[in-house]
Design a protein around this ligand. Structure first.
Ligand code: ZN
Ligand code: ZN
Length: 367
């Protein structure tokens, strides 16, 4: 990685939210909202005004803590929350779509997403990981956790095996209980929004007194959307391109090769030569979009190289074994396995790896 990151310092994506509102590009205000997820300390919500009122991009996690933080911070900047007429959601993770449904219900706001947007509470997906660590703020959900205690959870959501034959039981029971409760509560209490406007790639949106071009960037999720303002040279990059960390690539996505999707979407970032300000969903604004996109690609190519190299020793290795090569021990778990699986499948689809599916677990080997 070529980004600057002094050893021992806390990455900017992990910093707690900054107080107040900052104008990060002309007419674009940033509100940092609290989240507590692995590796993340806040999520950026961007606000912009036009004659009709306010548009928000990514209004944070569900729950009253975020709502109150939004209310307080926006009011302090003369941006009353009831003036919000549109909410753009970059992708289907709860730290991004969280409050969208509430804006719809309370103020009739439009919810704008990519055409393929869907919330999908898969216990292995990042959104579920996020759900696990996010505050289950609604009391009914907590009550569900209580009532779930002592019950036999099998054949609960974690009872199935993964596509690669690994066990889904690697997480502690307390966490499984919370997953179970979240799923149980999701329909009623996790406000998963229904988009009112689904956009296509290259569609133009008039929001915040300017024209934004929708840029579909699948990879991190299939429905990931960036917004580009060619006049001001601003790219709102969501989780697709972050300043110092790389987004999770799930092997459990609905496309054949999510890593290839991600590479293609990163390549697209290098075609926007007129970007002067990149506004990510986590961390601070930065300038050089193409360089950062190349860095992230290089990071994944290094990981692919590690897998090739490891195959000499592993022979026919399981996804779990390859995961142990790719990830530090503190990161081992379902998300690391899923990302390893995405990388192995990418190599298999390139014709570089073979898979043996005759046993209980998939085994990958390289020639
Ligand atoms: Zn995400
Ligand atoms: Zn995110």
């Amino acid at each position: 990685m070529t980004h600057q990151h002094a050893p021992g310092s806390v990455r900017e994506e992990r910093q707690p939210p900054r107080e107040g509102v900052e104008e990060v590009a002309p007419g674009i205000m940033r509100v940092q909202l609290p989240i507590s997820l692995p590796g993340l300390g806040h999520v950026n919500c961007y606000a912009m005004e036009d004659g009709r009122g306010i548009t928000l991009v990514d209004p944070g996690l569900p729950g009253p803590t975020t709502w109150k933080a939004l209310q307080r911070t926006m009011a302090s900047a003369g941006l009353p929350i009831e003036r919000v007429h549109s909410v753009v959601v970059t992708h289907s993770h709860p730290d991004h779509f969280g409050q969208a449904g509430r804006f719809r219900r309370k103020y009739g706001a439009d919810i704008i997403t990519h055409r393929t947007f869907r919330t999908f509470l898969d216990p292995e997906a990042e959104d579920q990981e996020a759900a696990d660590d996010m505050e289950i703020a609604d009391r009914p959900a907590k009550a569900l956790v209580e009532s779930a205690r002592g019950q036999d959870l099998s054949p609960g959501p974690m009872g199935k095996v993964t596509p690669w034959g690994g066990e889904r039981h690697s997480m502690p029971r307390s966490r499984r209980l919370r997953y179970w409760a979240m799923r149980k509560a999701a329909g009623k209490f996790l406000p998963t929004p229904t988009p009112t406007t689904r956009v296509e790639d290259a569609q133009v949106l008039s929001l915040g007194g300017r024209e934004w071009v929708a840029v579909h960037t699948p990879g991190h999720t299939i429905d990931h959307l960036c917004l580009f303002d060619p006049a001001a040279g601003v790219m709102i990059s969501g989780d697709h391109v972050l300043p110092t960390i790389t987004p999770h690539i799930s092997g459990l996505g609905t496309t054949v090769d999510p890593l290839k999707d991600f590479f293609d979407s990163l390549d697209r970032m290098t075609t926007f030569s007129d970007v002067r300000t990149v506004l990510p969903a986590h961390g601070l604004a930065f300038t050089d979009l193409a360089t950062r996109a190349e860095d992230i690609k290089r990071h994944h190519h290094e990981r692919l190289e590690k897998l090739r190299a490891a195959s000499g020793e592993l022979g026919r290795g399981t996804v779990h074994e390859y995961m142990q090569v790719l990830f530090a021990e503190r990161s081992w778990g379902p998300m690391a396995e899923s990302e390893t699986y995405a990388h192995l499948e990418h190599l298999r689809l390139l014709g570089e790896a073979d898979v043996d599916d005759s046993g209980a677990q998939l085994r990958y080997s390289f020639d």
